[in-house]
Design a protein around this ligand. Structure first.
Ligand code: DGP
Length: 126
């Protein structure tokens, strides 16, 4: 089944300027802003401006320009946040929840960048 994009989701409203956000970086195809409910001292969300629901949707259907812009934006934010392990930073975690098993709350692709404290095991033990 093809993805149906709900343009009333909260991140679509942020992209249209209907809801304020704490922007970290904006590019032609991407927007990064601070999570409203941070789960680490640094918690940034990176979203594409296009109407993509999940990472697989974006990876399969976005243009190369969008994919390059989005990927580079994530890298630039890691650089800006000073968290790159290869540059003396203490590291970070990127994650993107998709669908019901992952408890995706907002149906617009977002990658979380979490940093600033030890982040524990990758997944909660069942
Ligand atoms: P997820 O479960 O991966 O879909 O996480 C959605 C995240 O979005 C969650 O960490 C809280 C954040 N969030 C929800 N509404 C808003 C909002 O209006 N503004 C901002 N900045 N973040 C939001």
């Amino acid at each position: 089944m093809a993805y149906a994009y709900d343009d009333q989701n909260i991140f679509a409203k942020i992209l249209r300027g209907e809801i304020p956000n704490d922007t970290v970086m904006e590019t032609e195809h991407s927007l990064a802003f601070r999570d409203i409910r941070p789960q680490a001292p640094q918690h940034v969300l990176v979203i594409p401006k296009g109407p993509y629901v999940t990472f697989d949707h974006f990876a399969l259907e976005a243009s190369e320009a969008e994919i390059v812009d989005y990927t580079r934006t994530i890298g630039e934010i890691c650089k800006m946040m000073g968290i790159q392990p290869g540059e003396g930073g203490a590291g970070y975690r990127t994650l993107s929840n998709a669908g019901e098993d992952a408890v995706q709350e907002v149906p617009h692709l977002h990658v979380h960048i979490l940093a600033g404290r030890p982040l524990g095991p990758m997944l909660m033990r069942a």
